[in-house]
Design a binder for this molecule. Structure first.
Ligand code: 1CP
Length: 346
């Protein structure tokens, strides 16, 4: 039902009449209806309650008329399903009871069979089924965390700025690093598999913090594991990271990624030259402009669309997630502008 949708076509390299648009973090704290539904429920419990996860996923699609839903969940959900002790602290993010820092820690956590994730993923499959039944022809995007971004939390034990402990492990103990990253890759792949079985039309691999890596570290320690997480999937793959301009071509994962996400730092026409003619680009409205006067934001969105024409196809999005303080009316207005713009004569 979703194979002729604008999103799937753009990911496959077509240019539908108007560029598809969705927003990273479109479900969440910018929506009053989300804040109301979440009262009294912990984040990870909400993710594992199928009717709640489905309703939260649907809220922004109804409100904004975006061209895709993004499944409401979190990158640490498969770790919770695998039995790792993790909570999401309000206003902070994922926090682990036991950080994974030494070779022994790595040996302990990687002894968990990633199949445990598939076995425990019934609430995920159920939530995806409920959501796709309501969405009809609008595609649902599934997602998982890339091994490095997951490791950035797991090794540190919680959020960090420069992800120094995970990056240090690569060089101090490469064997443990590769063991951990390989395991995280299989865990995320199992999480994606459950979502795909239940009907998502595309998936996004979030390597949000990859921009903290040097190009050589990304190539040697990260890319092979990210590639393994998404190789040979039966649906299109988007690969996203913030600050990945210095190694954007490597974000293609040797062509395994159908689309590469670009943050606000790199104009899309430059990005198109870097990734070449076989990759769709996604992005790159600057979240910092969401609070600007409408004419300023409108001019910026038009410029993003214009530069996006240099790519083989373009999925419009922000350069990173919707900030919680965003006026949701502004997001709806951007969707209307992008849809109107696309159907006009070029
Ligand atoms: O308090 C709350 O309401 C929880 C805030 C929240 C939400 C709404 C968290 C905690 N996660 C989520 C949902 C979520 N997480 C989605 C939902 C779908 C949507 O986009 O609408 C997605 C795709 C994620 C993925 C995720 N979690 C990423 C990658 C995306 C990104 O923004 O780069 C990352 C880095 C996380 C970790 C995480 N989970 C939550 C927070 C606040 C964080 C970031 C912590 C940090 O700053 O390090």
């Amino acid at each position: 039902m979703t194979s002729s949708s604008a999103l799937v076509r753009a990911l496959q390299g077509d240019r539908p009449a108007s560029a598809p648009i969705w927003f990273m973090r479109q479900a969440g704290r910018s929506l009053p209806e989300y804040r109301e539904l979440r009262v009294g429920t912990r984040m990870l419990d909400a993710c594992l309650t199928p009717d709640l996860a489905a309703e939260i996923t649907l809220q922004p699609v109804r409100r904004h008329g975006v061209d895709a839903g993004i499944f409401f969940s979190d990158i640490v959900v498969p770790l919770r399903l695998a039995g790792v002790e993790v909570e999401i602290e309000p206003g902070r993010g994922p926090v682990f009871a036991a950080p994974v820092r030494t070779a022994d820690d790595v040996a302990r956590v990687t002894s968990i069979d990633p199949e445990e994730v598939a076995a425990a993923a019934a609430p995920i499959r159920e939530a995806v089924r409920l959501t796709t039944a309501e969405l009809g022809e609008t595609p649902l995007i599934g997602f998982a965390g890339a091994p490095f971004t997951l490791a950035a939390y797991l090794v540190e034990g919680g959020p960090s700025k420069e992800h120094l402990r995970a990056r240090a492990m690569m060089h101090a103990d490469p064997d443990s690093w590769h063991r951990l990253a390989g395991w995280l890759s299989r865990v995320s792949r199992a999480f994606l598999g459950a979502q795909i079985e239940a009907g998502v039309a595309a998936v996004q691999l979030f390597d949000s913090w990859a921009g903290s890596l040097s190009p050589s570290a990304f190539r040697a320690f990260v890319a092979p594991h990210s590639r393994a997480a998404v190789a040979d999937l039966p649906v299109p793959v988007i690969h996203f990271g913030v600050g990945t301009g210095p190694f954007l071509a490597d974000m293609r994962l040797d062509g395994v990624a159908d689309a590469v996400g670009v943050d606000w730092r790199l104009p899309l026409d430059e990005a198109a030259r870097m990734v070449g003619p076989d990759t769709t680009l996604q992005g790159n409205i600057d979240p910092a402009l969401l609070g600007a006067p409408w004419p300023v934001l409108e001019a910026h969105v038009r410029e993003v669309l214009q530069r996006g024409r240099a790519a083989r196809a373009h999925v419009v999005n922000l350069g990173h997630g919707v900030p919680p303080e965003t006026d949701p009316g502004v997001l709806t207005r951007i969707v209307e502008l992008v849809h109107a713009e696309g159907s006009g004569a070029e």
